[in-house]
Design a binder for this molecule. Sequence first.
Ligand code: GTP
Ligand code: MG
Length: 197
Amino acid sequence: MRVETAEFARAAHQSGDFPRDGRPEIAFAGRSNVGKSSLMNRLLGRKGLARTSSTPGRTQAVHYYAVNRRFYFVDLPGYGYAKAGKEDRRRWGALVDGYLQQALPRAQVILLVDGKVGATVLDEQAYQYLLTLGAEPIVAVTKIDRVTRSRRSAVLKSVRDTLNLGESVPVIAVSAESGEGTQELWGEMTRHLEGHA
Ligand code: GTP
Ligand code: MG
């Protein structure tokens, strides 16, 4: 995919804020600090576009980026940061629920799992939640540059087992740092975008 233009489009804090132009979407979900914003920037080749931070919990709204004025990259709020309480979890659920209700099936969800940490209980819950809302997420294992080559296949297998993924669900190892896996991920995203043009 050739990225000609990529620009911030809007931040949605509640259901009424979602765009209604029917463009296909690629939505990035995952634990806070898993590397959602970094991966989006790498995929788009725009370093500072989505704000990244070593402080988890920065992205608290649904952020839309228009790509080639044809589809959206969607940065979903991260879950599971240390200071999150019940109220945060409820708000996350409500926002993601509201988002998916109006975005499916034109949105492809990519669930990011930290390769260095492995799939956590919260990732399992998030994956199940996404399934119940009707999404068919594909999984990207992030920060793979921080996993030694000899351990990589074991890490991928463990993510598959923990999330109990069906064989047809793609699991792609990626690094925003090195760019590894981004071509493969673009392949999956392009398939979705072509089916929803
Ligand atoms: P929230 O917006 O808080 O939900 O976080 P996020 O998921 O958007 O994570 P973000 O992209 O801000 O990255 C979090 C931290 O992980 C930053 O310090 C990044 O530099 C680091 N990071 C992200 N991707 C990679 C990667 O592929 N490799 C390495 N080594 N570090 C990464
Ligand atoms: Mg972010």
